[in-house]
Design a protein. Structure first.
Length: 183
C-alpha cells in the first residue's frame, strides 16, 4: 500500500453517496475510560487507556446532512480520490469558527481497505492548510473515547488532548477533543 496513488480535492455533491458508502466502522481493543471525582472546591476528570474484555466494533457517526452542509466554499469538505481509479477513498469535513479562530474537524474517514496508506495524514495536512488560509489559529478534532486508534492517530500527528464533553454525540457517547496550534 505504500505506493498507493491518490489525490485530495474539494468534495462535490456528486461525491456524497460514495463517501456514505465507505466503511465507517473501526475496531478497538482499548477505550479512554473517564472517571470524575468530586472535590471540595471542584471536580477532577481523569482519562486512562483501558483494555476492553474483547475487541469492540463501532461506527463513526456519519450524516448526509453534515456532508451537504460542508459543500459551501466557507466550509471544508475534502475527498481523497484514487489516481488510477476515480473512487472516493476517504473524506474529511471541517467547520470553521471564525469568532474563536478554531477549525473543528468533524469527520475524517478512510475506507477500511485503504487505511494505513497515508490518506488520513494527507487529508489532515491539507485541512490544516485550509484552516490557516482562513485565519484559524488552532485545529481541533472530536473523537469518541471508544475510538482508540483515532486517538493514537491524532496524538501521533501532534494534536494534544484539550477537553471533553460527556454527552456530545447523538448516542450520548463521550467525546474527547484534541487540538494543535496552526503556525
Amino acid at each position: 500500500m505504500a505506493d498507493f496513488k491518490f489525490v485530495i480535492r474539494d468534495g462535490l455533491s456528486s461525491d456524497i453517496d460514495m463517501c456514505l458508502a465507505l466503511d465507517h466502522s473501526f475496531k478497538s481493543d482499548y477505550v479512554w475510560k473517564m472517571s470524575v471525582q468530586t472535590l471540595n472546591e471542584g471536580y477532577q476528570a481523569t482519562f486512562r487507556k483501558e483494555r476492553l474484555p474483547r475487541q469492540s466494533i463501532a461506527y463513526h457517526e456519519y450524516d448526509e446532512m453534515r456532508l451537504r452542509l460542508a459543500l459551501p466554499s466557507e466550509m471544508c469538505y475534502l475527498v481523497a480520490i484514487g489516481k488510477d481509479e476515480p473512487v472516493v477513498l476517504g473524506y474529511l469535513t471541517m467547520r470553521p469558527d471564525p469568532i474563536h479562530k478554531i477549525a473543528m474537524v468533524q469527520d475524517i474517514i478512510v475506507g477500511q481497505e485503504f487505511r494505513h496508506a497515508g490518506i488520513g495524514s494527507r487529508l489532515l495536512s491539507i485541512a490544516r492548510q485550509w484552516a490557516s488560509k482562513r485565519g484559524a489559529k488552532q485545529i481541533m478534532v472530536e473523537v469518541p473515547t471508544i475510538n482508540y486508534s483515532a486517538i493514537k492517530f491524532f496524538q501521533n500527528r501532534g494534536l494534544v488532548f484539550c477537553g471533553f464533553n460527556d454527552q456530545y454525540f447523538r448516542n450520548h457517547d463521550i467525546s474527547v477533543f484534541f487540538g494543535q496550534a496552526i503556525h
